[in-house]
Design a protein around this ligand. Structure first.
Ligand SMILES: Nc1ncnc2c1ncn2[C@@H]1O[C@H](COP(=O)(O)OP(=O)(O)OP(=O)(O)O)[C@@H](O)[C@H]1O
Ligand SMILES: [Mg+2]
Length: 395
């Protein structure tokens, strides 16, 4: 949906003077010596339809600059930009207008709500500048206000609303339009942590229904991890890493990223799939208790998953049950089977199941929708995953 290549922004000197400087090997110094500032340097990114793509980095790293280049609110000094196949970098201002008015909507940290207008009129504002007829725009504003839980407030004025509610009006304003692309610049940064979480939840719910393409700027990695399908980490105008939250947390590209992720709640980002191990021993129900017991002893384990021909979990056989069956002369494992285990899906965050680890003779079983065993989540693997990674370079 969005395809940016080598987007570069020099502030402070005109483009025709800046471009030759960018061709030089010492571009950064050359720009600075000429009185300019290289705020974004060769940023390439591609965002798929329906994706939430997060740009993250410290203050001044160039996030807003990159975001605003995506609708040319900030004019790129260099690079190319395509949106839905259209070459946006080559468009004239006249050609840009319909794109900005219809297809792309921007949501800022501090919404400029119109103080003397009602919440309803504020929510309809984006449609007004899009010249949607009055009746239709109020209907759509009402609908959007309903979606963000503010319909009761539609006749109030902005000063009657809390910060979180104002932010929801801004969201409603964007939702009321049918823009396919939302560019959001730290929209929740001014909110209290609890309200901020609610807003993140709300955004995810709305997004699940609408499937818009969202580029979301934040300097909060936990927020990035919670809402981003992919995260691009920026530093001093450069992209340092781009990947899913799990990719970034399990292999940070450098020290800067490691420092960033040190504070992340890993148990909410990493899932059962990240701690999946092949079980050392499994058994079939028609095996003899003696054989299975032998394998258990060799592996120094106390229990085993018993699987059918399609690897579905039938139950667990403990070493004690196997020993009893052996004494009783049982030919198969039928009498040994108990349901004494926990099963989790691979996409379940570790926080949801880590307290179950170590409670049973077998590890937690990771299964697909058909109860087929994909692997086990041993306690040691969970603990290792939750421990902060060793610093890159010292590993
Ligand atoms: N119009 C401008 N003219 C000159 N320099 C600018 C301009 N806008 C931004 N900058 C500089 O470019 C750098 C990147 O700014 P940008 O706003 O993109 O950063 P950011 O990552 O969004 O930061 P923040 O988290 O504080 O919003 C900063 O050092 C900033 O001072
Ligand atoms: Mg910014």
């Amino acid at each position: 949906m969005i395809e940016a290549e080598n987007l570069t922004k020099v502030y402070g000197i005109p483009r025709d003077r800046a471009v030759p400087l960018l061709r030089r090997a010492d571009r950064e110094d050359a720009v600075r010596n000429a009185g300019g500032f290289l705020a974004a340097d060769g940023v390439s990114l591609s965002v798929s339809p329906g994706e939430i793509f997060v740009i993250m980095g410290l203050s001044g790293s160039g996030k807003s600059t990159v975001l605003r280049m995506l609708n040319r609110l900030v004019e790129p000094t260099d690079g190319s930009l395509r949106i839905d196949g259209l070459d946006v970098s080559a468009m004239s201002q006249d050609e840009l207008r319909p794109l900005r008015n219809r297809r792309i909507n921007m949501v800022f940290q501090h919404f400029a709500l119109l103080p003397h207008r009602t919440i309803r009129e504020n929510a309809a504002y984006g449609l007004k500048i899009r010249q949607v007829p009055a009746k239709e725009r109020l209907e759509r504003a009402d609908q959007a206000l309903r979606r963000v839980g503010l319909e009761r407030w539609r006749d109030s004025r902005p000063h009657e609303l809390s910060g979180g509610m104002k932010q929801r009006v801004g969201l409603a304003r964007a939702l009321a339009t049918d823009a396919e692309i939302l560019l959001m610049d730290e929209p929740f940064s001014a909110l209290d942590p609890l309200i901020r979480r609610d807003m993140q939840e709300l955004l995810l719910q709305l997004q699940a229904a609408d499937q818009r393409t969202i580029v979301f700027v934040t300097h909060d990695l936990n927020e990035a991890m919670r809402i981003g399908d992919r995260i691009m980490v920026m530093r001093d105008g450069h992209v340092v890493q781009c990947g899913t939250g799990t990719e970034i947390i399990s292999s940070p590209a450098n020290e800067y990223v490691s420092e960033f992720i040190a504070d992340v709640d890993r148990s909410r980002v990493l899932t059962a799939a990240n701690v999946l191990r092949t079980p050392l021993v499994t058994a079939r129900p028609d095996e003899s208790p003696g054989d299975v017991l032998q394998r258990l002893e060799n592996a120094e384990m106390n229990g085993v998953f018993v699987l059918d021909g399609a690897d579905r979990v039938l139950g667990v056989a403990t070493d004690e049950a196997l020993a009893r069956a052996l004494r009783d002369g049982a030919a198969t494992l039928d009498s040994c089977l108990v349901g004494d285990c926990h099963t989790v899906p691979p996409d379940l965050p570790i926080v949801e199941f880590c307290d179950l680890a170590g409670r049973h003779t077998v590890p937690i079983a990771v299964v697909d929708d058909d109860m087929r065993l994909l692997g086990v989540a041993p306690k040691a693997a969970i603990l290792a995953a939750l421990a902060a990674p060793r610093k890159v370079g010292h590993a």
